[in-house]
Design a protein around this ligand. Structure first.
Ligand SMILES: C[S@@+](CC[C@H](N)C(=O)[O-])C[C@H]1O[C@@H](n2cnc3c(N)ncnc32)[C@H](O)[C@@H]1O
Length: 201
């Protein structure tokens, strides 16, 4: 059983998607991307790692449809793009401890104080992400907003994540990092990016 994010009602395991039937052997390493946007990361990652399965959830229909069409055209059976709010969908799609990695790149910063509650990485989401990861699973978080990064690292460590770089610290980009669409722009202009690589203990 897992618990839905909405009302904490338990969802029976047999009601969750059969990822083995969808992805075959790649389902053995199931990963999630939240807010895939134009899909730069999802498409390149699925191509680079055919033995991994990536579910990308994007709430904007136009973007989700565009990336899904590209995944089909490029014959990437290990990438599934879904349209919807990941905060609601994720706990209904994956069992607790079912994910090897979760990727969250450049979530909308919601600058105004009264909009901060719309931010993706709030207390509830931090606990949900931790619960969905398998022990040792990776949360790969990237942002161009320093204040968001500082708040996120504090909140995620408080929720129970272990920080590979040390408490409160940001990670260097791993040599094999695959940039998201937005990140490619920053790499070209030199704009700073704050990265967190956190593990479920
Ligand atoms: C600033 S864009 C970054 C896109 C991409 N990750 C990148 O780095 O290029 C943030 C994306 O997250 C999506 N998004 C925001 N909240 C979401 C949610 N709760 N569930 C799914 N997608 C979401 C937005 O629609 C948008 O496409």
């Amino acid at each position: 059983m897992i618990f839905s994010s909405e009302d904490d009602a338990p969802i029976a395991l047999e009601l969750l998607p059969d990822w083995g039937a969808r992805f075959g052997r790649a389902a053995g390493r199931l990963e999630l991307e939240i807010g895939s946007g134009h899909g730069g990361f999802a498409l390149a990652y699925a191509k680079a790692f055919p033995e991994r399965a990536l579910v990308a959830i994007e709430q904007r229909k136009k973007f989700a449809a565009m990336v899904a069409a590209k995944a089909e055209k490029r014959a990437l059976p290990n990438l599934l793009v879904l349209c919807g709010d990941a905060r609601l969908l994720a706990p209904r799609l994956f069992p607790a401890g079912g994910l090897a990695a979760i990727h969250v790149h450049f979530p909308d910063p919601w600058w105004k104080r009264r909009h901060h509650r719309r931010r993706l990485v709030d207390d509830r989401m931090s606990t949900l992400l931790l619960g969905l990861l398998a022990p040792g699973g990776l949360l790969d978080f990237r942002t161009d907003v320093e204040r968001y990064a500082l708040e996120a690292v504090a909140r995620l460590e408080e929720a129970g994540f272990a920080n590979e770089a040390g408490p409160g610290r940001f990670a260097e980009p791993p040599p094999d990092e695959i940039p998201s669409t937005r990140e490619r722009r920053y790499l070209a202009t030199g704009q700073p990016v704050w990265r967190l690589r956190l593990r479920k203990p």
